[in-house]
Design a protein around this ligand. Structure first.
Ligand SMILES: Nc1ncnc2c1ncn2[C@@H]1O[C@H](COP(=O)(O)OP(=O)(O)OP(=O)(O)O)[C@@H](O)[C@H]1O
Length: 245
């Protein structure tokens, strides 16, 4: 589904990504973890060419993105959704219009647009909030809108850049549940960048550990499940007691 072949990226003299090759298979929930500055976000942004590599090839869904014209790249990007840590919603648009905007850009006819916006908002459980503005929503609700917007063009792949890093543990678990549902019910391949080990361990089946712009290792894991992420009062007490042992 996603193939990077000897991809490098430099910012001025600094080489942030050093000749990385990796393959992500269709249907995977693939994690990328590592310390701050390891190059995780840059690697993710290379997968939809938000960052253009200095060297190497990026292939998504059978298309070599690095060889496309800008018009074809725009089309190819419709099958690659993306969500961000700070949600990146348009402040002066309603929930409905935030989701509709990507469909307008893709020139989807009005009635079809309406059906898809409602369908996506229902999928993330926000159909009752379609007239609200981002400032009226909680962090978890904002991320749900961002997920609905990313799904509107029916992507094959969803790239997630620290999707839960601004959220508390309960809301984190909620959003991870939505992402798991996107993967299982819609068959969307998911790539998650996070510095939170619990997040990566909960839903990923394969994880790349990055260090200094390189792949340190890639491991297959059995997802631990989302239920382990909690902020119930008991959970806090358990963690404190464990820490004191
Ligand atoms: N647009 C840019 N211009 C200059 N340097 C950049 C740019 N983007 C990233 N870098 C540098 O590249 C390196 C990798 O950054 P990146 O954001 O990919 O790391 P990260 O592992 O995602 O870190 P964090 O978890 O802190 O976001 C860092 O040293 C960063 O300062």
């Amino acid at each position: 589904m996603i193939k990077l072949h000897k991809v490098s990226k430099s910012f001025s003299q600094f080489q942030a990504i050093k000749s990385i090759s990796l393959t992500i298979n269709k249907g995977e929930i693939y994690g990328i973890i590592g310390t701050s500055g390891a190059g995780k976000s840059t690697l993710l942004r290379l997968m939809n060419l938000l960052e253009v590599p200095n060297e190497g090839d990026v292939e998504v869904n059978g298309q070599q993105l690095t060889k496309l014209t800008s018009k074809s790249l725009r089309q190819a990007r419709q099958s690659i959704g993306m969500i961000f840590q700070h949600f990146n919603l348009v402040a002066n648009k309603t929930v409905y219009d935030n989701v509709a905007v990507s469909l307008e850009l893709a020139k989807i006819p009005k009635q079809e647009r309406k059906n898809r916006v409602i369908e996506c908002l229902q999928f993330v459980g926000l159909e009752k909030l379609l007239d609200k503005y981002p400032a009226e929503l909680s962090g978890g609700q904002k991320q749900r809108v961002a997920i609905a917007r990313a799904l509107a063009n029916r992507p094959e792949v969803l790239l997630c850049d620290e999707p839960t890093s601004s959220l508390d543990p309960n809301t984190t678990a909620e959003i991870l549940g939505v992402l798991e549902n996107v993967n299982k019910s819609l068959g969307v391949t998911i790539v998650i960048v996070s510095h939170e080990m619990e997040v990566i361990k909960s839903i990923c089946n394969r994880v790349t550990v990055m260090a200094d712009g390189e792949i340190h290792d890639t491991v297959c894991i059995e997802p631990a499940g989302i239920a382990n992420i909690s902020n119930s009062p008991n959970w806090f007490v358990e963690q404190l007691v464990k820490g004191g042992e």
